[in-house]
Design a protein around this ligand. Structure first.
Ligand code: ADP
Ligand code: ASP
Ligand code: MG
Length: 418
């Protein structure tokens, strides 16, 4: 008998019949003798619908009010799921973030969790009740409702699991687990049986939205065993944990991530002198815009070209800021492109293997895909390419690095296939 946190995402609670199905799954876990705390998202599409409503009133809705609005989606599903459980003869009780004192900082729209009142949850659990918690939302010390950022119910689930010391945090979704790449782009993607926190963190931060990055961070920090599995199909899913078989040879590549939310800004012909990077990026940082990749080329005539990437939502603002500063920067030109994507290969095995980057570039060149920017770290290589080549690049790399078929090399490591 275990204490489980089961999180169900938007598509898993997208209709009344799906909510009934989720109730049956929870009941089946109860019947196996487990104690269950459930965390749910809003019904699929609901958060977007609420954001669109706000945008009909204001182009920049006040963040506090937006949080009050978007947090309602999860309040609907906790009540409906609890009703379904009660209707099926089980004891259940729904809680909003405020009711379990899920305290956060006051950064509306991307608040960070500080603490949770586990007593309240555990008292109900001890009485044999299924506790159903609203994901994505919290409350500040002053009682203002906050939300945790898109996909934030994953983080709520991990935080609840850490607070009540659950044996496992199970993230139920619309795919069977974590795959070598998004199965919607590459149907031949392989389901991973296990992946390390480190690799999952890299995959999530490079665009694999199967788990919110903060959820992985939190689970790693608090050592919460995390499992991603399907609401609709049976299976063991993917376990995300620390690599306990340390020392064993790692898989070379664990997966391919991609991010469509990218845009690039280029400023050419600026004087190549100390402080120029600061002069260019200073105003961008001041506007609270996060910069991702940066490339600087010295032209040889004492000028330099500077390119960086930002989130696509920040593209127009970034371009506008730099155009405003172009004269004082003595720039020849400021231009941009918001039809680019980032494709990344991730694997802890890269640490000890040379030549992965050159193979990646060779594969892309064979497909005549131009690489615009490159960035590497110990366990990942990212490239920026035109968005029209995304599917082609992902599939070509997936095949060239043998991610589809179980290879003998991959068989005995932390990423063994199912
Ligand atoms: P939920 O609503 O359950 O939170 P999400 O849409 O947030 O579901 O996340 C699940 C989706 O993540 C899948 O439908 C899949 O398209 C996408 N995804 C992206 N990369 C991966 C990957 N490497 N493995 C599995 N799913 C992935
Ligand atoms: N409902 C929120 C969203 O759509 C949170 C979540 O689904 O995890 O982002
Ligand atoms: Mg999600």
């Amino acid at each position: 008998m275990a204490l489980l946190v089961q999180k169900f995402g938007g598509t898993s609670v997208g209709s009344i019949s799906k909510i009934q199905h989720v109730a049956d799954k929870v009941i089946s876990a109860r019947e196996q003798g487990h104690d269950v705390v459930v965390v749910v998202s809003a019904m699929s599409g609901e958060t977007n619908r609420l954001i669109d409503l706000a945008k009909e009133i204001s182009t920049a809705p006040p963040p506090r009010e937006l949080d009050v609005l978007v947090s309602t989606g999860e309040q609907v599903t906790i009540a409906l799921l609890s009703m379904a459980l009660i209707e099926k003869g089980h004891s259940a009780c729904s809680y909003t973030g405020t009711q379990i004192s899920l305290l956060t900082d006051d950064v509306h729209g991307k608040a960070r969790i500080r603490s949770i009142n586990s007593e309240r949850i555990l008292t109900d659990v001890k009485k044999g009740c299924v506790v159903v918690v609203a994901g994505f939302q919290g409350v500040t010390d002053e009682g203002h409702i906050t939300t945790l950022g898109r996909g934030g119910s994953d983080t709520s689930a991990v935080a609840v699991a850490a607070a009540i010391n659950a044996d496992e945090c199970q993230i139920y979704t619309d795919v069977k687990g974590v795959y070598t790449t998004d199965p919607r782009i590459e149907p031949k993607a392989r389901l991973l049986k296990k992946i390390t926190f480190e690799e999952m963190l890299e995959m999530a931060s490079l665009g694999s939205k199967v788990l919110q990055i903060r959820a992985v961070e939190f689970a790693g920090k608090h050592n919460v065993p995390l499992r991603v599995l399907s609401t609709f199909e049976e299976g063991e899913g993917t376990l995300i944990n620390y690599d306990e078989e340390g020392g064993m040879e790692q898989a070379l590549i664990s997966g391919i991530a991609f991010n469509r939310d990218e845009a690039q800004i280029t400023i050419t012909g600026v004087p190549d002198k100390p402080g120029i990077a600061f002069q260019i990026l200073g105003p961008i940082a001041k506007a609270n815009i996060e910069v991702d990749m940066i490339v600087q080329n010295v032209a040889g005539d004492e000028t330099t070209d500077f390119t960086f990437t930002v989130h696509r939502n920040d593209y127009d603002r970034s371009l506008e800021i730099l155009k405003k500063h172009a004269v004082e920067l003595q720039a020849e030109d400021v231009s941009g492109d918001d039809t680019i994507v980032k494709v990344s290969m991730v694997g802890v095995g890269m640490r000890s293997h040379a030549g992965i980057a050159s193979k990646m570039f060779e594969v892309l060149s064979k497909e005549s895909i131009n690489i615009r920017m490159i960035s590497t770290s110990e366990i990942k290589i990212s490239v920026i390419i035109d968005e029209k080549y995304l599917e082609l690049a992902v599939r070509a790399l997936h095949s060239a690095f043998d991610l589809e078929e179980p290879s003998p090399q991959n068989e005995e490591n932390s990423l063994s296939e199912t």
